[in-house]
Design a protein around this ligand. Structure first.
Ligand code: GTP
Length: 326
C-alpha cells in the first residue's frame, strides 16, 4: 500500500462543542471567540433554515454551516470534505487564516460519529488534533433530557469537560440532583459552572482531550427528532408572536426548541427568538442583516412527529406561511 504523504504543517487543534438543544453552545461559542484566537467555525444545525450564524457576535470568522440534519447521521458525510477544504486552504495560505477549529454540533447530535470522522479518517487525523470535547448542560432541564434522550447522555459520556449553564435559572435542588447524576454518568469528567455574568474560565480551551476513546464501528444513531422551518412573510408585533409561541409551547409537549431570526413590526433590525425547555426568552436585538436576506424564519425542533405542530402553525400563521419539514 502506498504510504500517505506526511503533512508539512502541525495538526490544527479542534474543539468539539456539543450539548443538548438550547443548553448554551452558541452562547459559549461567542464567549470562546471573544478570546481573539483566530478560529474557523463549523456549525451544524438540525433545522433546514440555519439560524446560529446570525447569533454569532463576530461576523468576521470563517464559517461553514451544515444544516438540515445532524452531523452524526444525515450530514455526517459533509464533515470530512468541509475539514479537508479548510485544511487545504490553510496549507495554501501564507498568512494562516485560523489557529483552531471549533465544531458546534446540533443539539441532538451524538458526538461519537463525529469523533469517528475526526479520529479515524487518516487524512484528517494527521492534520487535525482533537483538543477537547466540551459539553454544555442547562441545569434546570438537564436531568429530564438525560432521562429521555440517549443523545444527551452520549454528549455527557464523550465529554472532556462539562459546562453547566443556566445556573441563574436553577434552584439548589436541581443543582444537587444534576451533580449526583453526573457523578454516576461521568465521575472522572471535570465540570464547571458557566455563569452568564462571570468570566469564561480562561483554561477552557487549554485542556487536552482524553487519549483513548473506544469508538464503535459504524455507530449510527437513529433519531426521533424532526424539525419544521417557517418563513414569515410579514413582520408580526411581538405581543402577537409571543402569544402564539407560548400557546404552541404549552400545547405541544413534543416541542423541544424554537429558534429564529424575525423582523418585528415597527423595528428595522431583526431579533433573535429563542425557546427551550418550555421557556420563551425575551427577543434579543441583532445587528442589521445584509440586503436580500430580510425574511424572518423560525425553526421548531420536536421529538416525534410534526403533524400536530404543523397544523397549529398553519392555523396560527395563516395560509401564507411557508412551512417545511426536515
Ligand atoms: N438565563 C440564561 N440563559 C442562557 C444561559 N446560557 C444560554 N442562555 C440562553 O439560552 C438560549 C439558548 O442558548 P444557545 O446558546 O442558543 O443554545 P444552543 O445550545 O446553541 O442551542 P441549539 O443550537 O439550538 O441547540 C439563548 O436565549 C441564550 O441566551 C445561561 O446561563 N442563563
Amino acid at each position: 500500500m502506498k504510504p500517505t504523504p506526511k503533512p508539512s504543517f502541525p495538526p490544527i487543534p479542534v474543539i468539539l462543542l456539543t450539548g443538548f438543544l438550547g443548553s448554551g453552545k452558541t452562547t459559549l461559542l461567542n464567549r470562546l471567540l471573544a478570546d481573539g484566537v483566530k478560529t474557523a467555525v463549523v456549525i451544524n444545525e438540525f433545522g433546514a433554515e440555519p439560524v446560529d450564524q446570525d447569533l454569532l457576535q463576530r461576523q468576521d470568522t470563517p464559517l461553514t454551516v451544515l444544516s438540515g440534519g445532524c452531523l452524526c447521521c444525515q450530514v455526517k458525510g459533509a464533515l470530512a470534505p468541509t475539514l479537508k477544504n479548510l485544511r487545504m486552504a490553510w496549507d495554501a495560505a501564507a498568512d494562516k487564516p485560523f489557529e483552531r477549529v471549533v465544531i458546534e454540533t446540533s443539539g441532538v447530535a451524538s458526538p461519537e460519529p463525529i469523533l469517528d470522522t475526526l479520529l479515524r479518517e487518516r487524512w484528517l487525523a494527521g492534520r487535525y488534533r482533537l483538543q477537547a470535547v466540551l459539553t454544555t448542560l442547562a441545569i434546570p432541564a438537564a436531568l429530564d433530557q438525560l432521562d429521555r434522550f440517549p443523545e444527551a447522555a452520549a454528549q455527557v459520556a464523550w465529554a472532556d469537560r462539562l459546562l453547566l449553564t443556566h445556573a441563574d435559572l436553577a434552584d439548589a435542588g436541581q443543582q444537587t440532583a444534576l451533580a449526583g447524576r453526573l457523578q454516576q454518568l461521568a465521575p472522572a469528567t471535570p465540570s464547571d459552572l458557566l455563569r452568564p455574568d462571570a468570566a469564561t474560565p480562561s483554561d477552557l480551551c487549554s485542556g487536552n482531550a482524553r487519549r483513548f476513546r473506544l469508538l464503535h464501528a459504524n455507530a449510527q444513531p437513529t433519531h426521533e427528532f424532526r424539525s419544521l422551518s417557517l418563513r414569515l412573510t410579514q413582520a408580526p408585533a411581538w405581543t402577537q408572536l409571543e402569544a402564539v409561541l407560548l400557546a404552541l409551547l404549552a400545547g405541544h409537549p413534543e416541542l423541544l426548541r424554537i429558534k429564529g431570526v424575525v423582523y418585528l413590526a415597527g423595528r428595522t433590525e431583526p431579533v433573535a427568538i429563542q425557546a427551550a425547555g418550555q421557556r420563551l426568552y425575551p427577543p434579543a436585538a441583532l445587528p442589521p442583516r445584509h440586503e436580500g436576506d430580510l425574511y424572518g424564519r423560525l425553526v421548531f425542533i420536536v421529538s416525534g412527529t410534526t403533524d400536530a405542530l404543523a397544523a397549529d402553525l398553519a392555523t396560527a400563521f395563516g395560509s401564507g406561511a411557508d412551512i417545511r419539514a426536515s
